[in-house]
Write a protein of this length. Structure first.
Length: 317
């Protein structure tokens, strides 16, 4: 038998060292679970997250072309499309801000080689979208997963993100169809270069210096020029109806004029006039809006007659 010890050893109550959690604020530069800059911070110094990052002296990583991981536009590709994976995308500034997306001017260029100007349309996520009147446009559109359908109907953050992706995909699909259909000159739209998530890369409609083509609403055409633009408008609306589509938000602000040609833009809300119960209403509104602008400048036009022609072409009469 062991002798009695009146002073047994006391076990340590300290917890054993645990491994780092996934959410530890680790300084990846040194493998430490804190930022070494905090050790030198004095009282009253700004929080670590508010301080600028340390200057490593290394050059910034180029913004390489995202062509490889994106969905590409219809073939044949225009000759100006740059597909080289060594190309760099340079953001040259904002062309336009809108309710649901911002459009940036981007130059995609191979160093010392080919280059082209693109319009990068970037749809906003759930926290920044301002476009709320989308219920009517979404009728007739479905997604495969019931969870996504419910989220879209309830307008949760996730649902609004799904809708943003849908807007981008719908516009890309519409532009692809209209570009192919417009090869005969019936309708002109920007060529859809690629789609990646909620970013849509489009042909830039403007000059080589980066100056965008003016909107129809800013122009004051008269005489033969006005008559020619009206004829192009009628041809485009009828061409859309022939595909069973309506722009959904057609106005002089959603049409550019470049080299004498009318170019339709902003088509995320494009409507299937057959599948969407409100399709004929959207079509009639498009016709009425454009007709009002042209008639106010002296064009003799009948919106009701043109609407009937469109519905007949779409197979609804």
């Amino acid at each position: 038998m062991e002798p009695y010890d009146p002073y047994p050893p006391v076990r340590s109550r300290r917890r054993p060292h645990r491994s780092d959690r996934f959410d530890d604020d680790r300084d990846d530069r040194f493998g430490l679970p804190f930022d070494v800059r905090d050790l030198a911070a004095e009282d009253g110094a700004p929080a670590r997250r508010d301080r600028p990052p340390l200057d490593t002296g290394l050059p910034d990583e180029p913004a390489w072309s995202t062509w490889l991981g994106a969905v590409h536009g219809p073939e044949p590709l225009p000759s100006w499309v740059v597909t080289d994976l060594g190309a760099v995308d340079a953001d040259l500034g904002v062309l336009k801000t809108g309710k649901e997306a911002d459009v940036h001017l981007v130059e995609r260029a191979v160093p010392g080689g080919a280059s082209s100007l693109l319009a990068a349309k970037r749809y906003r996520g759930a926290q920044h979208r301002l476009f709320h009147r989308d219920a009517g446009y979404l009728e007739g559109r479905r997604v495969r997963r019931s969870r996504e359908t419910r989220a879209m109907a309830r307008r949760t953050d996730f649902g609004r993100d799904v809708i943003a992706v849908q807007w981008a995909a719908a516009e890309f699909d519409a532009l692809s169809r209209l570009w192919t259909a417009g090869l005969d000159g019936s309708v002109r739209v920007p060529y859809p270069v690629q789609l990646l998530g909620t970013e849509l890369m489009l042909e830039f409609i403007g000059d080589a210096g980066g100056v965008a083509a003016p909107r129809l609403a800013r122009l004051h055409p008269t005489g033969a020029e006005l008559a020619e633009l009206w004829d192009q408008c009628v041809t485009a609306v009828l061409a859309l109806a022939g595909l069973g589509l309506a722009h959904g938000d057609l106005s002089p602000y959603n049409a550019l004029v470049h080299d004498g040609r009318l170019v339709l833009i902003d088509l995320p809300q494009i409507v299937d006039v057959v599948a969407n119960p409100q399709g004929p209403t959207f079509l009639a509104r498009d016709v009425a809006t454009m007709t009002a602008w042209f008639t106010s400048r002296g064009v003799a036009a009948d919106p009701q007659a043109l609407t009937e022609d469109c519905l007949r072409v779409a197979g609804l009469r």
